[in-house]
Structures are given as C-alpha cells and as structure tokens.
Design a protein around this ligand. Structure first.
Ligand code: UDP
Ligand code: MG
Length: 311
C-alpha cells in the first residue's frame, strides 16, 4: 500500500493552520480507512520562518497526533525553498505538496493517488477555473504562462505547486542543485510519466495572501531567467535591427552631406541617436547583469534552506 506524505509550506499561517490540519488529518484518516494509503502516512508542515505562533501550533499538533509532523527552517527562505525542504526531507512513497490555506481542493488527492497507481510519477493539480482570482491576477497569470511557453519553458498551464511526486521523481529532483528555484519549471524537465487532475480553486478561507505582488513578480522573473535564454537572444535581435537602421541612416546622412547643400550642423541628429543607443545599451547590460547575477548565485552553492529542528 502507498505511504503518502503531504508537504505543507507555512509562513505566518496561524489563522489557517488549526482548520487546515484538521481537514488534512481527516483526509488521511478517510484514505486509510479506504485502504488507499498505509498507516505510516503523514502531513508535514514546513515552517518557513514565521514570526507568528505558526511553529508553536505545529509543535502542539505534532505532539497530539502522530500523523502530523513539522520541520522548522532557520529563517524565511520563500515558498519554493520551503517546499523543497519538505520534499527532500520526508519519507513516503509519494509526496503531495499543497498550500496551507487549502485553496486547492483536497478531494482530488484521491484522484492523484489513482493516477499514481496507474503509473504516473508526476501528477499535476490544474485549476479548471480562476473565478475566485481578481481580474488582474487572472489576466497576468494567463499572459505569464503564454509568455513562458513562447520562450520555450515547459510549464503546465494553470498549475501551481499542487502536485504529486513519486519517490523516483523525488530522487531525480535531488540532483537539481539550482539556487534560483522554480519548481514549476523544473518538474516537467524530470520526465517520467505524468498525469493531470483538475480542480476548482477556492478562496483563502482565513488570513492574508503571503504572496504580495513583488514576491510574485520575483518568482515570475526567476521563471524566465532560470529557464530561458530568450532575453539574451532578444538583445542580439535588437542589436541587428539597430545596426541595420543606423546603416540606412548613415547612407542618408552621407548622401545629404556629399551631394546636397542642406546639411545643417544640428545637434538633434547627433544627440538623439546618443540617447537611443545609450538606452539600448543600458537595457542590454541590465539583462546581461541579470544572468550574471544568476551565475554568481549558483556558483556559490549556498544551501537553499537550513533546518533548525523538526518534530
Ligand atoms: N509561503 C511560504 N513562504 C513564503 C510565502 C508563502 O512558505 O515566504 C507559503 C504560504 O504559507 C502558503 C503558500 O506558500 O502555504 C502559498 O502562499 P499564499 O497562499 O499566500 O499565496 P497565494 O495563494 O496568494 O498565491
Ligand atoms: Mg493561497
């Protein structure tokens, strides 16, 4: 029988934890009664440097219930790293990751396990509707997935981090040592047989989103620059266009200078291109810097998380 572990990253989630843990525990109970999963199945909460009473709550839960466990990171490492810390440090034949706010419908976990039994090493939870998201979030998300696909990054549309990974897939994931974590991009590159289960995403039932706009943009930016050299190619393309345009311009300028009398020594014609080129160069250097900073961070091989203790 499958031993299931559910990994739940938590950052300041004291408002949702009591309810979430209850629902997750009940789910494990039901699945065990149905003989779908083994008795050793667990829920592991990863406390990602919370400043509220999240860890205290986790300790209490773990003390009262052998099915619930906790891992405490030494500080806030961000959602992706917290998730990885959980995935890499739990036992179980299959591991399912889910957010603490339970926006993702738990009832499809049974379907995920079925898909796994049918041979899928990776099962993606995919949102079938985004009704509960704001218009802005919906639009930006759609645009983002489209953009990533265009740039050759293989991401599953409308899939976040609600997924099942088999032990085999987890072992493969161990060999990915990048610091700029974008699991959504990494997991499809693992290969293996995969499946999709759809669900409707609910609203957060308590507490605030721990993913403010700047964190989300940061993750999206990582997604592009960690997986795609497209922006670098864009620079080259831009360079070619500017080069061709300036060739045409030079011919026209030379023509005016040599064969006509209307060559006026004006500053506009010299200053404007300067600004233009300056802008393009700065832009290009900025993008180069972005990649170099990635290389810089990767070469340090710093730990992606540090575990303080676990219960
Ligand atoms: N989270 C985390 N570390 C962070 C930010 C968020 O572990 O620095 C967790 C958070 O506790 C939640 C999950 O990541 O379990 C997703 O966050 P949230 O629900 O706030 O994001 P949203 O659903 O609004 O995109
Ligand atoms: Mg959420």
């Amino acid at each position: 029988m499958t031993r299931l572990t559910i990994v739940v990253p938590c950052h300041n989630e004291e408002a949702v934890l009591p309810e979430s843990s209850k629902r997750l525990d009940a789910l494990l109970g039901t699945l065990q009664e149905q003989d779908r999963i083994s008795d050793g199945s667990q829920v592991v909460f990863v406390d990602d440097g919370s400043s509220d009473s999240t860890w205290l709550l986790i300790e209490e839960l773990a003390a009262a219930n052998p099915r619930l466990r906790g891992i405490k990171l030494s500080r806030n490492y961000g959602h992706q790293s917290a998730l990885l810390a959980g995935l890499m440090n739990v036992e179980g034949d299959v591991v399912i990751s889910v957010d603490a706010d339970l926006q993702d419908d738990l009832s499809v976990i049974a379907d995920m396990i079925t898909s796994n039994e049918e041979g899928a090493d990776v099962v993606y939870g995919v949102r079938s509707a985004r009704d509960t998201d704001t218009f802005f979030k919906r639009m930006s998300a759609t645009l983002y997935y489209k953009l990533l696909n265009r740039m050759g990054v293989d991401v599953v549309f409308n899939h976040a981090d609600y997924r099942l990974l088999s032990r085999r897939a987890l072992e493969a994931l161990k060999d990915y040592s990048e610091v700029n974590l974008f699991l959504r991009g990494i997991v499809p590159t693992l290969g293996f047989k995969s499946a999709i289960v759809s669900y409707v995403r609910n609203e957060r039932f308590a507490g605030e989103s721990k993913y403010p706009l700047h964190k989300m943009l940061g993750l999206e930016f990582d997604g592009v620059t960690s997986f795609s050299a497209f922006p670098l190619r864009l620079i080259a393309g831009l360079g070619v266009i500017v080069f061709l345009a300036s060739m045409g311009l030079s011919i026209w300028v030379l023509w005016t200078r040599l064969f006509t009398d209307n060559a006026i020594p004006g500053w506009a014609s010299s200053v404007l291109p300067m600004y233009l080129l300056g802008g393009i160069q700065l832009f290009s250097i900025g993008i180069l810097g972005e990649y170099i900073s990635k290389v810089y961070l990767e070469t340090k091989r710093r730990p992606r998380y540090i575990i303080e203790k676990s219960v």
